[in-house]
Design a protein around this ligand. Structure first.
Ligand SMILES: NC(=O)c1ccc[n+]([C@@H]2O[C@H](COP(=O)([O-])OP(=O)(O)OC[C@H]3O[C@@H](n4cnc5c(N)ncnc54)[C@H](O)[C@@H]3O)[C@@H](O)[C@H]2O)c1
Ligand SMILES: [Zn+2]
Length: 363
């Protein structure tokens, strides 16, 4: 088992990563359960992995709340019904709920746990690769609203993150690849050696070599834990580096109608390429570096152009969506750009007209 500690003073917690961890769920979750545990999951995850969790929970009684799968569950309506269900089950503030699913379940159930009874405890049991390496760690929870993605939410750290890579056996390959884009992101932010490792082993990890995948997950999670510990609430700019590819990516997702037509990780994949190409255009990054990143995403079967997503020549539309994104500050738009692989930085003042021209010319 690999344990990664997230050091946040009184809000510190561990991330346990272990093949087969679900089988020992009772032992891991006993401190957070008081004999019963309210579990929030989605219908796909429950069909694929519910039995494994129930077996592992043993004597702990599971109270299950299921939501429909997909991004559309991160909504006001679903939040309301979820909170009502929790209260109907007699949830008390001193209890923990468990979010058992991908990033959608984690974000939705995490936000519900931040507000129900003024905040109850939360355990994250992420089942998608994206959730295992990213969304379950760091305490960001959110739903989507008319104005954009993740615009309503709360910081609410979990008490434990339990990662079982064996869950990934039932995840669709497309979702596995989408989650992999976030793994590459960590390497690109500040770990060039890890990027080299991914060039060598990433494809095998994606093809089902679980020890390699577990190693990639642990390295990613350790990278995120360090950044979150340094800047829990994204005040110093350090945590903002995790948004590499995401300002572009969120606009891409919004333009795709926040639907499963374009997965978050796919939007991030194209967004990262855009961030690198834009860095090249601004003269801060060598073209070879951007090409290396593109080649890696391409070899993994991830999208790397706007036109693949049906969004070519949509610069004005995408820029309008970025300007309404939450990262706008004092009328300027900050972007995470790169000086090269492993060397991301925040550029605070990027002119939107430059971005629009760049996007329109991007193929
Ligand atoms: N809070 C954060 O810090 C943060 C970070 C990154 C992404 N996110 C959010 O995460 C969401 C995307 O997460 P996601 O990609 O996990 O999407 P998701 O939760 O929709 O999961 C993807 C699909 O896989 C299914 N699934 C999940 N695990 C499975 C398993 N083990 N077996 C079979 N099917 C399984 C789900 O039912 C779903 O259909 C987005 O809403 C994004 O905004 C949040
Ligand atoms: Zn992301």
């Amino acid at each position: 088992m690999t344990t990664v500690h997230v050091s946040l003073g009184p809000r510190s917690y561990d991330i346990l990563i272990q093949e087969g961890a679900l089988e020992n769920a009772a032992a891991h979750l006993a401190p957070y359960s008081r004999g019963r545990l309210i579990i929030v999951s989605d219908e796909n995850v429950w069909a694929a992995q519910g039995e494994a969790l129930l077996r592992g929970l043993g004597p702990i009684q599971a109270e299950l709340i299921l939501v429909p799968p997909g991004e559309s569950s991160k909504s006001w309506e679903r939040l309301e019904s979820l909170v009502d269900c929790m209260l109907a089950l007699g949830l008390e503030r001193s209890e923990h709920i468990a979010a058992f699913g991908g990033g959608v379940v984690g974000d939705l159930a995490g936000f519900a746990s931040a507000i129900v009874s003024r905040g109850c405890g939360l355990v994250q049991i992420p089942t998608s690769l994206l959730a295992q390496v990213d969304s379950s760690v760091g305490g960001k929870t959110a739903i989507n609203v008319a104005a954009g993605k993740n615009l309503v939410g709360a910081f609410h750290q979990p008490s434990l993150v339990l990662v079982d890579p064996a869950c990934l056996a039932t995840l669709e390959p497309r979702h596995l690849r989408a989650g992999y884009a976030e793994i590459v992101k960590y390497a690109l932010i500040r770990d060039a050696r890890f990027f080299g490792w991914l060039e060598e082993h990433g494809l095998s990890a994606l093809a089902g070599d679980r020890p390699l995948l577990q190693q990639a997950i642990a390295t990613s999670v350790a990278g995120k834990a360090a950044i979150v510990a340094a800047d829990e609430r994204e005040t110093s700019g350090e945590r903002a580096l995790l948004n590499l590819g995401h300002t572009f990516g969120h606009a891409i997702e919004a333009a795709s109608g926040l639907s499963d037509r374009c997965l978050h990780g796919e939007a991030v994949s194209v967004g990262i390429i855009l961030a690198f190409d834009f860095s090249v255009r601004r003269g801060v990054c060598a073209r070879d570096e951007a090409e290396r990143v593109r080649a890696h995403f391409a070899s993994c079967g991830l999208p790397y152009t706007l036109s693949e997503l049906g969004l070519g020549s949509r610069g004005a539309d995408l820029v309008r969506r970025m300007a309404s994104d939450k990262k706008k500050r004092d009328g300027t738009l900050a972007f995470i750009l790169a000086r090269g692989i492993g060397s991301a930085f925040m550029e605070r003042e990027v002119r939107l007209e430059d971005v629009e021209a760049f996007l329109d010319g991007h193929v």
